[in-house]
Ligand binder design. Structure first.
Ligand SMILES: [Fe+2]
Ligand SMILES: [Fe+2]
Length: 311
């Protein structure tokens, strides 16, 4: 059957170097985050690796790219500004949709615009989505129409205490998400939910988890969705979540910039979804070795029989 649309999913770039960490931006959260970056993340993530994956995904025929947050490290205005330049190299806002991660909305100490303002063209509804939802374009969740898909962009990021990377959707976003999913399904669109944190209970440690994961799980059980995409764990994962109609695939992608493994975190990867009348094919592409080419890691049809963890 002919292919309708290809969506690439890349996440957790943690672009470096860290820029603009002046005295006015210092607090304990950022100080500890900087130490973690200097000792660990700086040695793992590289922008040129992300650039190679991005070049590959366009070569593979992606029609659109979803970037599910943690584009920067300490949520500094200069980092966020540099990340906008990077996003522009990925593609125009018509071709690229972003949502924030916990490293993008890192602390209340901003002293300047944050990522939702600076990346506003990438983190906002399109004209169709604003009209369909009846909400201003920069209200979460925002809706975009790309081919046969409705992209639903949530914001799970919030400023947190030092050493905490938790997130929350909150009742307002959840209520909007639920009514959006019902309406979108009635309109016959393929519903793809974008969220930075893994949305289900038990998918990560409590200090890194979505605080209202139980509510999100219950919502997805009630409404269903065709696909839920997340980052944050820097690992591939696939969970089939039960819903009234059919199980919902909840898929996590590894970091798109890792040039060395880090514990259980693999080298850089992205996921490519090919939607057709046969269903959804998932192709995982990335580095098999740090100095090698971007290659296919695995491929399979996204069916409830597909097992968690692709490789
Ligand atoms: Fe991350
Ligand atoms: Fe994260």
């Amino acid at each position: 059957m002919s292919e309708l649309f290809s969506l690439a999913h890349i996440s957790d770039l943690h672009l470096t170097p860290i820029l603009g960490f002046g005295v006015g931006h210092w607090n304990i959260k950022r100080g500890l985050g900087y130490l973690n970056w200097a000792r660990n993340r700086r040695l793992v993530h590289r922008q040129d690796i992300a650039d190679r994956l991005v070049a590959d995904l366009w070569r593979q025929g992606a029609d659109h790219v979803a970037v599910t947050g943690d584009i920067v490290n300490l949520g500094l205005p200069d980092e966020i500004g540099a990340a906008l330049t990077w996003l522009a190299t990925v593609g125009t806002p018509e071709k690229v949709t972003a949502i924030p991660g916990n490293h993008d909305i890192y602390t209340r100490r901003m002293q300047g615009p944050g990522c939702t303002e600076i990346w506003r063209d990438y983190i906002a509804a399109d004209a169709w989505g604003a009209e369909f939802s009846g909400r201003p374009p920069q209200t979460f969740p925002f809706l975009r129409r790309v081919g046969p898909l409705a992209l639903i962009g949530l914001n799970s990021a919030m400023p947190t205490r030092p050493l905490v990377a938790a997130g929350r959707i909150g009742s307002e976003q959840r209520d909007r998400l639920e009514s959006d999913l019902i309406k979108l399904k009635a309109a016959g669109l393929i519903c793809v939910v974008l969220i930075h944190h893994p949305p289900l209970p038990g998918q990560t440690a409590p200090r890194r988890a979505l605080e209202d994961a139980a509510e999100m799980a219950a919502l997805l059980t009630r409404t269903g969705a065709d696909l839920v995409l997340h980052g944050h764990n820097h690992r591939d994962s696939l969970v089939w979540h039960p819903s009234r109609e059919r199980p919902v695939p909840v898929v996590g992608v590894a970091s798109g910039s890792a040039f060395r493994t880090h514990g259980p975190e693999p080298l850089a990867r992205y996921n490519l979804y090919r939607f057709s009348s046969d269903g959804i094919e998932l192709i995982v592409r990335g580095l098999a070795d740090a100095n090698g080419d971007v290659v296919e890691i695995s491929r399979g049809r996204l069916l409830p029989t597909m097992q968690p963890l692709f490789v």
